[in-house]
Design a protein around this ligand. Structure first.
Ligand SMILES: Nc1ncnc2c1ncn2[C@@H]1O[C@H](COP(=O)(O)OP(=O)(O)OP(=O)(O)O)[C@@H](O)[C@H]1O
Length: 350
């Protein structure tokens, strides 16, 4: 049973022409405009979050790096001594995905460990968002496996009875429901899926908004917010969880281009927020963050430098390079060099 309040669902690109709200509502299993009437608070299975019994973690190792055989890294700062995978939260093993005739992923393998801040970079259209959707269980791979805390996920997240790890996807577009207030947007899944009272949810929403530096906006509609504020609201929604649920599961957040379209200063704010809600950060009210690990898909250099410790470079359906962020600009890999400098000359052709 999964009742993850903060997990957002569905591809960024809505393929069938549905509005985002309609589509999200469909995923949540009800129409948005019935939201205010519904107070049944019944638990329901939603298409999200993930698998496996809790384990004990080793100490945090944000700079931990592990190779999967399909990629190379240079100048390793930290080499893990053994094959101890007890801190692996998510693993993609030889994942393939095509859309029709179009082969997108061609054997993608990597691991996300507890405490990590990982970035996925690479040319446009190379399948980065597709990887996030596969990790989130919104798309099933054609071939290959996804392991969540060591347990193989059979198909889509919605098909399975799962627990042990919450996975949240933060959309590039913020994906707020236009007709709902900020409070209703942030608390949406708790109103829908938890047994918490309205007052409890309201308090929690307030706390989460404060954690991302937003106060007094609960009654506003999304149309009354700036783009950067909307992103913060989306972030607040992603860190909200049911405090009455006894099982404390680690959470991995997946950010799809969180700073796209923002000015440099607004980008810095969002980058720092991403850091602040991580377990190694402190949020806007000084509390330690709750997010165990996160994965960011981005094209922005500032985001790579500021919010990411380890990078995976996706090209032609494979991870062709991985390494620590500081190795990115000094890499001798021609693909990485071309990407880092934005040069037209090199192996990446448009
Ligand atoms: N549901 C889908 N149906 C058909 N094609 C799809 C679908 N989702 C993605 N694609 C195609 O798969 C390819 C990879 O898309 P994806 O969004 O994962 O790339 P990306 O690396 O995130 O791109 P960008 O950096 O431009 O955001 C694109 O050619 C896209 O058109």
């Amino acid at each position: 049973m999964v009742s993850l309040p903060s997990t957002l669902l569905f591809p960024l690109t809505i393929q069938n022409g549905d509005s985002l709200c309609t589509t999200l509502a469909a995923v949540y299993g009800k129409a948005v405009n019935s939201f205010s009437n519904k107070q049944s608070k019944k638990h329901r299975k939603v298409a999200c979050a993930c698998v496996a019994p809790p384990r004990n973690w080793k100490s945090d190792e944000s700079s931990a790096i592990k190779f999967n055989g399909s990629s190379k890294s240079e100048h390793l700062s930290v080499v893990r001594d053994t094959e101890d995978d007890s801190d692996v939260l998510i693993e993609c093993r030889e994942v393939y995905k095509s859309f029709g005739e179009k082969k997108i992923l061609n054997g993608v393998s990597f691991k996300i460990r507890h405490g990590e801040a990982v970035g996925i970079i690479g040319p446009s259209g190379t399948g980065k968002s597709t990887v996030l959707k596969i990790i989130a269980g919104l798309l099933a791979p054609d071939k290959g496996e996804v392991y969540i805390r060591g347990r193989k996920r059979a198909g889509l997240i919605s098909d399975e009875e799962i627990s042990g790890l919450r996975i949240g996807l933060v959309f590039q577009s913020a994906a707020l429901f236009d007709s709902l207030t900020v409070r209703e947007n942030v608390g949406f899944l708790l109103y829908e899926n938890s047994n918490m009272s309205d007052n409890q949810i309201s308090e929690l929403v307030k706390e989460c908004l404060a954690a991302v530096g937003l106060k007094g906006v609960e009654d506003r509609l999304p149309s009354e917010l700036s783009g950067g504020m909307k992103k913060r609201v989306a972030l607040a929604r992603s860190i909200l969880y049911d405090i009455t649920n006894d099982s404390i599961e680690p959470e991995v957040l997946l950010y799809d281009e969180p700073t796209a379209g923002l000015d440099p200063i607004a980008s810095t704010v969002v980058e720092d927020l991403i850091r602040s809600v991580h377990i190694k950060g402190r949020d806007a009210v000084g509390k330690p963050g709750k997010i165990a690990s996160y994965v960011v898909v981005t094209h922005q250099h500032s985001t790579i430098k500021r919010a990411i410790d380890r990078l995976l470079f996706l090209h032609k359906g494979k991870i062709v390079w991985e390494g620590m962020t500081r190795e990115f600009t000094t890499s001798t890999n021609p693909i990485v060099q071309q990407f880092a400098t934005g040069s037209l000359d090199g192996p990446i052709k448009y």
